[in-house]
Design a protein around this ligand. Structure first.
Ligand SMILES: [Cu+2]
Length: 138
């Protein structure tokens, strides 16, 4: 009488990770040989942190920010870009960042290192409603 036990634990995605399955040689015991084969392999896949820093763009039209409300994570670099024909500028209400007048195609970037809410305006067109806010979360 043959009794074959073949417990196999096998993870997919293991083909190239180099973990060699183990296999015990068959042992004969009297008239009841047993063949026990075990293959145990584990694969650990670690995703490395994204090498690309987070970034976002806010367009500066005539006379509005698009998007006017933006939520980003700490460490994100936000770039404002003038897409309108008028000149525009930026000033955070808390003074976190400020830039001079920019013309079409010019940009200004700021990296948000701390969580919080950063309201800002275009000082030339604040009266026309050209205001925005970046919310920075952990
Ligand atoms: Cu403006």
């Amino acid at each position: 009488m043959w009794r074959i036990a073949v417990p196999v634990t096998f993870a997919l995605l293991v083909a190239s990770c180099g973990a060699a399955p183990t296999q015990t040689a068959p042992t004969a015991r009297g008239t009841t040989p047993q063949v026990i084969a075990t293959a145990t392999a584990t694969a650990t896949i670690t995703l490395s942190p994204s090498p690309t820093p987070a970034a976002a763009v806010i367009e500066m039209g005539d006379n509005f920010f698009d998007p006017a409300q933006l939520t980003v994570k700490v460490g994100t670099t936000v770039t404002w870009k003038v897409v309108g024909q008028s000149t525009h500028d930026l000033a955070a209400r808390d003074g976190s960042f400020v830039n001079n007048t920019m013309a079409f195609g010019q940009t200004f970037s700021f990296t948000f290192a701390k969580a919080g809410r950063y309201a800002y305006v275009c000082t030339q067109h604040e009266g026309d409603g050209m205001t925005g806010e970046v919310t920075v979360i952990e």
